[in-house]
Design a protein around this ligand. Structure first.
Ligand code: ZN
Length: 286
């Protein structure tokens, strides 16, 4: 079978790993899901969350996000920026802004803001913006070239004030984190009531994941978790969020079908929800 172009990842390497309970339900029973080159995924028997387990320590994971990620981001900056704008559009950013702005709360945080292109776009839409980016090289790029305020500490270590932000955006981030539940809990704490969290991640229930299996472009060493709509929904609702909108995109990867077929597959994937990436817009209600 042809190999779809994979998302860039740190090459698989030997690290100190330890067995952890399931990050979603605390379960300790897993079935082998699929094996990739140099690493593999298991599926929790209780809740179905697909994960790399045993898992490396957060410090080892942290050290992966070095300069090599900056060149990848810069090379793809314009296409990532366009996808980011599409995500905001599909999440109905204008509706969020209409609800948010009259109250005077205009603070947005992007976690995993990379080179800051989308954060700059939000700033130009009238938001006061801040970023979190653990890759020092990327954070520095965003500060220097876009005059953005960017922290290199993991979200939880910033100790932002309770209910400080009215919008938090995290794109293609949660699948990289050791502790995704701690992340969404922290996002909930620092969001104002009626504030929104927008989150995107690869969709393991999508058509492409099923078609490509272990060769799926998102089955990579850096993705510690592969969420489905249902496991992501559970993670967010367990943390107290109300899901307001779910969208998926991407029927087939570039180059795998003639443009006309790709067009139809992309439309169908979005309509029926079997796209390659899932976006959830959720709100903090209390
Ligand atoms: Zn589980």
């Amino acid at each position: 079978m042809m190999r779809a172009q994979q998302t860039w990842s740190t090459p698989a390497k030997e690290e100190q790993n330890r067995h952890i309970p399931c990050a979603l339900c605390g379960g300790r029973q897993f079935k082998r899901a699929f094996d990739c080159e140099g690493f593999g995924y298991v599926r929790c028997v209780k809740c179905g969350l697909v994960q790399i387990n045993p898992q490396p320590e957060p410090t080892a994971v942290h050290s992966r996000y070095n300069e090599s990620y900056l060149s990848y981001e810069l090379k793809n900056e314009s296409s990532f920026f366009n996808l980011g704008k599409l995500a905001l559009k599909d999440a109905k950013i204008e509706e969020i802004e209409r609800k948010t702005f009259p109250c005077g709360e205009k603070r947005a945080l992007e976690v995993g803001c990379a080179t800051g292109a989308l954060l700059e776009y939000l700033k130009n839409r009238g938001w006061n913006v801040q970023g979190v980016e653990i890759s020092e090289a990327q954070a520095e790029y965003a500060r220097k070239n876009r005059a953005l305020e960017v922290s290199t500490l993991p979200l939880e270590e910033n100790h932002f004030k309770d209910e400080y932000f009215s919008l938090i955006y995290a794109s293609h981030l949660i699948e990289h984190l050791n502790a995704p539940y701690a992340f969404v809990k922290e996002a909930h704490r620092i969001l104002s009531v009626n504030g929104h969290l927008l989150i995107t991640t690869p969709n393991i229930d999508g058509f492409q994941a099923k078609l490509f299996g272990t060769r799926w472009r998102s089955a990579i060493f850096d993705h510690l978790y592969l969420f489905s709509k249902s496991t992501l929904k559970r993670l967010l609702t367990d943390a107290g969020f109300v899901i307001e909108k779910t969208v998926t995109w991407g029927g087939i990867a570039q180059g795998f079908a003639p443009p006309a077929i790709k067009f139809i597959l992309d439309r169908a994937a979005k309509f029926w929800g079997f796209g390659d990436v899932v976006l959830m817009r959720c709100a903090k209600k209390s």
